[in-house]
Design a binder for this molecule. Sequence first.
Ligand code: IMP
Length: 209
Amino acid sequence: MTVETIRRLSGTTLLVASHNPGKVREIRELLAPFGMEIVAAAELGLPEPEETGTTFVANAELKALAAARAAGMPALSDDSGFCVDALGGDPGVYSARWAGPGKDFGIAMAKVWEAVQASGSADRGARFACALSLAWPDGHTETVEGEVHGTVVWPPRGGRGFGYDPMFVPAGHDRTFGEVDSEWKHSVSHRADAFAKLVARCFDGGRDG
Ligand code: IMP
């Protein structure tokens, strides 16, 4: 039996396998201390694979593997979403799809709020979840997950961030992710939580590995 060992990232260039400008910006910010050259999938003209998985991990891995194989270099992907307790975890892995072909998150947030009201539940709990996957062209992957818990608020507040940020307040705080700067968001976010785990596992300067 072969034991698969943890693989660390070597080299100075990393492909970010996402076509979502908000995610690419946040991943660039989180990677900044590592001095790597970052290339985004759109800059290489890579197609967006269909997200056929039913979990954040499955979708993160398929996106990272598709990009790593197409570009012949290590690729980092992010699959994330907004999981609302009153909706049994929806929109979840379908968070991007709730915004429709126009990627209009004003519409997506209104749909979430309508569904929460229609549910009849008084539960306003929600979380953002994120799976980050680092893949190599030979098919190896390293995948981690992060999350942040909080509550759904209405109406949306703040013009910062992206996606569902303006309708989410992290636990223990009173401002939405749409009202805070990205440095503050990274101090508690699902993406930063997952990123810290990936750094510890795969990056030089990580805590273990
Ligand atoms: P996907 O990972 O490409 O399926 O898209 C995830 C979707 O979840 C994004 O388009 C956003 O709508 C939402 N999402 C993920 N992370 C965040 C975040 O940090 N803030 C707000 N919305 C997010």
